[in-house]
Design a protein. Sequence first.
Length: 366
Amino acid sequence: MGTAQLIGVLGGYGAVGSVAARCLAADGFRLRIGGRSAARGAALAAELADTAAMVVDAADAASIARFSAGCDVVLNCAGPAYELGVLPRQAVLAAGADYVDVMDGAAEAFSPPADRVTVLSAGLLPGLSGLLPRLLTAGLSEACFAGYYVTLGTFTHTGAMDYLLSMDRGYGTALAEWRDGSVVPGALDVEPDCSIVGIPRRVTAYPYLTTELVRQARHLGLKAARWYNAFDGEHGLRVLNRSHASGNRAAVATELVRASALDVLGRAPYHVLFGTADGLSADRIPMRRTALLRADDGNALTGIVGAVATREVARGGIAPGICHEAADVVGVDVVLDAIRQHLKGAVVSISESPSAADVGADEGVL
C-alpha cells in the first residue's frame, strides 16, 4: 500500500481551515498545517494522525513555496483573500503542487501550468451557492431559479474584511436579474419583511446577482435567475449600509464583528441556503423543486466544501491545465453527503412536485 498523499492547509488552524483539516484527516490524507502561529498549528497537529505543523506567512511567496514543497495539493483557507490576491495561488503552483482555494479574490482569467490542477471558490458563498442551481435545474427545460442566503452569525475579522472588499471587487450586481441570456440591471427591488423557508422570522432580502450565478445560468441555459442576500439582525445591517462612507476597511470590519455579535446575542446563530426552481420535465410537465440547507456554522460549511474539492483534486478527478470554479466540477451529492457526515445538526432537505403554475421566476418567498 502506497504512502498517503500530503495535503497542505494554509490557515489550517483557523475557523475554516481547522474544519477542512479534520475532514481531510478523516479521509486518510497526511496533512501539513500552516499559519503564523507555531503553537496553534502544533496544537491542531497533535490532535490529528499523520499531521505536522509549519510556520508560514500567506502574504510571502517564498514562505508559501517552502510550505508547499513536497505537497501534492495545497488548500488555501488563509485570508483576507481579497488582500492576498493571486500571491498564494502563484506561489503554490510554482512550487509544483495543485491548488484549491475556498475563495481567491482575483477575478482575472489565467491559465495554470498544463500539469497542475487549480480549483477556486470552494467555499460557502461562492461555492456551495453555485451548486444549488445545478442541483435544482438538472433535467428541466425553460428553468427559472431563485436562491437565498440568510445568515445570523458573528463575523471573524478576516471574514468581515473579505465581505467588505468583495462589495467593491465586481463580485456581483445589486438589484439585477438574469433573464433570457443576459444580465438585466435594476430589474429587482429590495424585499422588506420577507418570510423565507427555514428562517424563524421575517427579514429584508437584497437582490444581488453574483458572477457565480451568472456563469451557472449561462452554462445551464436558465431562462431566469435571481439571488438574494439577507442578514437577520439590525446592528450588522447598519454597519454595512454606511460602510461605503468610510475609507478605513479595517476599522469598519472591526465594527462589523462587534455589530454581528450584538445581533447574535441571546439567539442561536444559523446559515441558510434556500433555492427554488420551476421548469418543464422531459414530458413537458411543469415541475417545482426546492432545496434547503441550514447549519449553525458558516465557517464549517466553507471548510467542508474546501476539503471535498481538495479530496477530488488529490484523487485525480479534476482535469489539469484549467482554472476551475468549484461549483462547476465538484459533485453536488458528494458535498451534501460530506455535510451530513461532518456537520452535526445540519439540515439538508430537497423536494420536487408537479406545479400547476406557469413556468416563471419564482420568488422563493412564502
